[in-house]
Write a protein that binds this ligand. Structure first.
Ligand code: GLU
Length: 449
């Protein structure tokens, strides 16, 4: 069968648009992958014949459910829950749960789609899925969060299992929420099935380094990119947006690797601290007190808080967007380039808009897409599953060494694949092609399902 490749890719994308109206983030994520796949179809006509790409763009199962719960005033609240089980060619569905008011089906599908390729890149036996709810945990009491999690799990539990679907955290879902979710799963099923959820507490089946893994992993990935150009973090000015789990542990590892992180943010603004972010104070404000980033500036004399504008106005050599999707646009990308930024490493999922990514790729700025650079979190979740399955527990050093090996391995694979497919240095193409090939081969082997 002769295949006109660019036309074929256009056709697949048009069909995705038609079948999934109004899901802008999902369209964006699919488009970004499809743009890299023309070179693959050119070499693998079997994937065109068997509609492998079309099948990967269609989730295997999508679950949407009502989550009723009662707040502290006795008022009834209703949220919507989602779990998109996108692809199980490589293992049980694996991916986090996001609790944020912006969550809708399109957001969950974009995240689930990215997760397929990210998980493939880790080399671990995990498929791709994602879930969440439009519930906003901000300003909710622990008791409210618990009641919400219990109601959410009362529906979701029937879809989960250590060999079926294994959620974890994401924005708005941390150790507290994972605890409530696991407790309710255990209560309903009467099974202590540790491997059904990851990001658990260290005393009850959790794995060392899971909390740190996404941020540490992104820093290791950045370090590998720099080494490929004969450079390092030593003495470099770094800006990391966000102040959640990814950002906090990204800052920790960048500092250990010799860089200086001078700014971080939350949804209301950002802080600049020319002396380098004081991690102990940041952790106190964000982790212990669940406070706002402005409080960091209240406590640190060398810091100031800016509530307007963009954190990307702060000059830096390395930018690590680690807050949320589409937080860094074309204007920000131009500012970064003008200020001499040399590396952009995505700690969050799809934080750079397509305009921004094009600009980075065209101007020779080293750009690492999230599905490669932030894979350390889910990779360490797979290590947690491994420890649960063997009822084992690894040391911090052992786990961190494994994470570092995985991240350097992902970088090498993306780098080599980009070369092999005629775009040396293009880690977007390398990540998309390497991730896709791994999934496509398994999908193809499993027959028409
Ligand atoms: N939510 C994280 C991610 O975006 C982690 C998922 C997991 O550990 O399963 O990859």
């Amino acid at each position: 069968m002769h295949v006109d490749v660019p036309a074929k890719v256009q056709e697949i994308y048009a069909e995705v648009l038609r079948r999934n109206p109004g899901e802008a983030e999902f369209h964006q994520a699919v488009r970004e992958v499809l743009e890299s796949l023309a070179v693959v179809l050119g070499r693998h006509s079997e994937y065109a014949e068997m509609k492998t790409i079309e099948r990967i763009c269609e989730p295997e199962r999508q679950i949407i459910f009502r989550v009723p719960w009662q707040d502290d005033h006795g008022q009834v609240q209703i949220n919507r829950g989602f779990r998109v089980e996108f692809n199980s060619a490589l293992g049980p569905y694996k991916g986090g749960l996001r609790f944020h008011p912006s969550v809708n089906l399109g957001i969950v599908k974009f995240l689930g789609f990215e997760q397929i390729f990210k998980n493939a890149l880790t080399g671990m036996p995990i498929g791709g899925g994602k879930g969440g709810s439009d519930f906003d945990p901000k300003n909710r009491s622990d008791a409210e969060v618990m009641r919400f999690c219990q109601s959410f799990m009362t529906e979701l539990y029937r879809h989960l299992g250590e060999y079926t679907d294994v959620p974890a955290g994401d924005i708005g879902v941390g150790a507290r929420e994972i605890g409530y979710l696991f407790g309710q799963y255990k209560r309903i099923t009467n099974r202590y099935e540790s491997g059904v959820i990851t990001g658990k507490g260290l005393g009850w089946g959790g794995a060392l380094v899971r909390r740190e893994a996404t941020g540490y992993g992104a820093a290791f990935f950045a370090d590998a990119m720099m080494h490929a150009r004969g450079e390092s973090f030593e003495g470099r000015r770094v800006v990391i947006s966000g102040s959640g789990n990814v950002a906090v542990y990204g800052i920790e590892k960048v500092h250990e690797l010799g860089g200086v992180v001078v700014a971080c943010s939350d949804s209301s603004g950002y802080v600049v601290d020319e002396k380098g972010i004081d991690l102990e104070i940041l952790k106190q404000v964000k982790e212990t007190e669940r406070g706002r980033i402005s409080e960091y500036a209240d406590r640190v004399a060398s810091a100031h808080y800016i509530s307007q504008g963009s954190i990307w106005d702060v000059p830096c050599e390395v930018a690590m967007p680690s807050a949320t999707q589409n937080e860094l646009d074309g204007r920000d990308a131009r500012t970064l380039a003008r200020n001499g930024c040399q590396y952009v490493v995505e700690g969050a999922n799809m934080p750079a808009t397509p305009d921004a990514v094009s600009l980075f790729r065209a101007s020779g700025i080293g750009f690492a897409p999230g599905k490669a650079a932030n894979a350390g979190g889910v990779a360490t979740s797979a290590l947690e599953m491994q420890q649960n399955a063997s009822r084992d527990r690894w040391s911090f050093e052992q786990s961190e060494a494994k994470l570092e090996e995985i991240m350097r391995g992902i970088h090498a694979r993306c780098h080599e694949t980009a070369e092999e497919y005629g775009s040396p240095g293009d880690l977007v193409l390398g990540a998309n092609v390497a991730g896709f090939l791994q999934v496509a081969e398994a999908v193809h082997a499993h027959g028409l399902i």
